[in-house]
Design a protein around this ligand. Sequence first.
Ligand code: CP
Length: 321
Amino acid sequence: MLNPQLNKDGQLQHLLTTEGLPKAILTHILDTASSFVGISDRDVKKVPLLRGKSVFNLFFENSTRTRTTFEIASKRLSADVINLNISASSASKGESLLDTIDNLCAMHADMFVVRHSQSGAPYLIAKHLAEIGQDHVHIVNAGDGRHAHPTQGLLDMYTIRHYKKDFTNLTVAIVGDILHSRVARSDIHALSTLGVPEIRVIGPYTLLPAGMEQMGVRVFSDINAGLKDVDVIIMLRLQNERMTGALLPTAQEFFKSYGLTAERLALAKPDAIVMHPGPMNRGVEIDSAVADGPQAVILPQVTFGIAVRMAVMSILGGHSA
Ligand code: CP
């Protein structure tokens, strides 16, 4: 199985990663999301595209934005949404992930939205569903370990396209804890496929994975050099919960060397936008003056996330708009 997220006709069966997703599928998701953006302004915010379908939110790791926007998106598509309370579920009694999935399939689940601290957990579920003949059930990866966060990558692409229109003349910088970031990986794969000519990663060497250049990016340890003349800045959170050993001196030292301040933002193009997937650590990776400033598009990212997640789920469910 070369690309386990596509079916034999090349259509999206699961959304597991942006890596290897054809440009036509990426663009189709963004275009479909465009058709859903205006729905928030309508009196009736619902469309019946997933009526009668059951979407299970399985969040084995904390989330504010992703879990909530998936729930809103599912409801706007008229699906029945079931939020499994993981701490009160049989997972806490030692039930295996796949046994939990088998039981939810027995309840006629149509789609699982899965966040898990283990990289590869959504792949494992997708493979299992094929093996037990439940391949009509769809998986959406809502973030697995440090591997991938494809809907965050897609909403980031939507945001960039909204503000910058064309990917093919942009310089995009991703700043901070690249090593532990599933968002950075998902963004880099999507940006490359959509034709961004220059992708930069900026961070201390301890937080930059080896071999980044092989992903087609330019690596900078000097933030001032890395931010020069960029169009888009994507700040990342320091993922302290995924760090083992001493990779950094202190949060204050990190801010001094890599925090996005107004002075550093002035090195980018005057119309550069500032993004952050959240949750944000003010005073660690980003200064409040920038996070709340006129170039920040951090809250619009969250709003676009609803439309992008509606697009992904409606496409998986066999409808575009
Ligand atoms: N960006 C993101 O994944 O945020 P949450 O952890 O709040 O879902």
